[in-house]
Design a protein around this ligand. Structure first.
Ligand code: NAD
Length: 463
């Protein structure tokens, strides 16, 4: 795989301050495919200074002109879609179809949505005798995970650019090649130097330096709750804005009136997609007691269709595979019934985990409470709707969820769920709808106009 041995700072590819590198590994065959620079605090400082210097010019650029640049960026991404999909497959292990549709198509659509929003958003409004101005927050630090490499970048950088902010991106160690492609696209799209900067590196070095940098105005982080908590504390200490997209343990609530076969099949597909590495995955399936065994059998049959190495990709790295296997072993040890799958490696090479379904999961079990981030579904039994609601709301998380059944009942149930998104009877993902968490799933919202608002601050002029 082609890789830059440099960082993208102030409109050019520059060598890092030190010579350390990070290997990039293809998780499907465990081969090293590239090396990228391990940026340090010195590189982060150079990138933040470039972003700061570019801020006045970009903030003063009329929204219509910012929109045109973002549209150009969208067009470059679309023109290079095949290359992007191949890169995501190489460094994340996503099966080619998923890489093309979700990992490439979705972020292109999101970039397009921000070209439109930049052009149409009312950055000025009248409130009584005041004019309220929406101004860019300033220099944005974007720290992203590996699970949706391009989407996570675009969901931060595109609204930041639309708002008039300048950015420094520190992408995940496992997927820096997609980030380098994005930087190339930014360059090709003609964004002014310094408006977007890329520093690859370790989270504990480059990520930490970026989060701590005094000249960053807003930190937007997606990743683990553990790191998110630390970044939130840092931001609080420095009194700067922060947006956190963290983990989830979302409930797929199947009401008695539901089309069971469809609800179970869609629920399993939702978890198995991207090998379970989706923060909003519906990893807890809640089924009425009277239909429980029927649902378990349907789930096992649906999961069996996800053949490792074909429809089911590997996990991103060896550590994640070990982590997921550990959770599966814990599920067995705590008394859940392993219906299909298990901790044994399904293939000799690659970080694969078998599609795994647990039945007889009770709410206090670890696999009912903690985010596993792998192809593992826990099926819980409920007695009545109040019980289902208690189970659905019974974790520290609240990122997403689903409800199946009579629409009126399903909506009434969804209104009582402590979660940021609920899909009713298989409602489609909407890239304009606000995405983000209740409770420990995070702070703030991404996507659409709500996502743009994260990067704006308001000023009121009175007349
Ligand atoms: P992570 O939180 O360690 O990493 C996310 C990003 O933060 C990466 O870019 C990383 O380099 C950076 N980072 C790490 N430590 C940092 C620090 N001290 N300061 C600043 N930045 C730092 O997540 P991970 O190791 O990639 O994944 C671990 C778990 O996180 C997963 O198993 C999953 O539960 C969760 N996760 C959630 C999401 C999500 O979308 N909500 C995405 C990926 C992972």
């Amino acid at each position: 795989m082609k890789a830059h041995d440099a960082l993208y700072i102030d409109g050019e590819w520059r060598p890092a301050a030190t010579t350390g590198t990070i290997p990039v590994i293809n998780p499907a065959d465990e081969q090293v495919i590239a090396h990228v620079p391990a940026g340090t605090a010195e590189d982060v400082d150079a990138a933040v200074r470039a972003a700061r210097a570019a801020l006045p010019g970009w903030a003063a650029t009329p929204p219509a002109d910012r929109a045109a640049r973002i549209a150009a960026l969208r067009d470059v991404l679309a023109a290079r879609a095949d290359e992007i999909a191949a890169t995501v497959t190489a460094e994340l292990g996503a099966p080619p179809k998923l890489a093309a549709a979700v990992h490439t198509g979705l972020p292109i659509a999101v970039a397009g949505s921000y070209a439109e929003l930049a052009a149409t958003h009312p950055f000025e409004e009248k409130v009584g005798n005041s004019t309220v101005l929406s101004e860019p927050v300033g220099v944005v630090a974007a720290i992203t995970p590996w699970n949706y490499p391009l989407h996570q970048i675009v969901a931060k950088v595109a609204p930041a650019l639309a708002a008039g902010c300048t950015t420094v991106l520190k992408p995940a160690e496992d997927t820096p090649l997609t980030a380098q492609l994005f930087a190339e696209a930014v360059h090709e799209a003609g964004l002014p130097a310094g408006v977007f900067n890329l520093v690859t590196g370790l989270g504990t070095v480059a990520g930490q330096a970026l989060a701590e940098h005094p000249d960053v105005d807003l930190i937007s982080f997606t990743g683990s709750t553990a790191v998110g908590r630390r970044i939130g504390a840092l931001a609080g200490g420095a009194v700067k804005r922060v947006a956190l997209e963290l983990g989830g343990k979302s409930a797929n609530v199947i009401l008695p009136s539901a089309d069971l076969a469809r609800a179970v099949a869609t629920g399993i597909a939702n978890v198995m997609s991207n090998a379970g590495q989706t923060c909003s995955a519906w990893t807890r399936m809640l089924v009425p007691a009277e239909r429980y065994e029927e649902a378990v059998a349907l789930a096992a049959a649906a999961a069996a269709k996800y053949v490792p190495g074909e429809r089911l990709g590997p996990l991103v790295n060896a550590a994640q595979r070990e982590r997921v296997r550990g959770y599966i072993e814990k599920g067995v040890a705590e008394g859940a019934r392993l219906v299909t799958g298990g901790p044994r490696a399904p293939l000799a090479t690659g970080y694969y985990v078998s599609p795994t379904v647990f039945a007889d999961v009770t709410p206090e079990m670890t696999i009912a409470q903690e985010e596993i981030f792998g192809p593992v579904v826990s099926i819980l039994r409920y007695e009545d709707v109040e019980h289902a609601l208690a189970l659905a709301n019974g974790t520290v998380y609240g990122l997403a969820g689903a409800v199946w059944g009579d629409e009126e009942e399903a909506v009434a149930f969804a209104r009582r769920m402590e979660t940021g998104q609920v899909d009713i009877n298989g409602g489609r993902f909407n890239p304009l709808a606000p995405f983000g968490g209740y409770k420990q799933s995070g702070v703030g919202r991404e996507l659409g106009a709500h996502g743009l608002a994260e990067y704006l601050q308001t000023k009121s002029l009175q007349f």
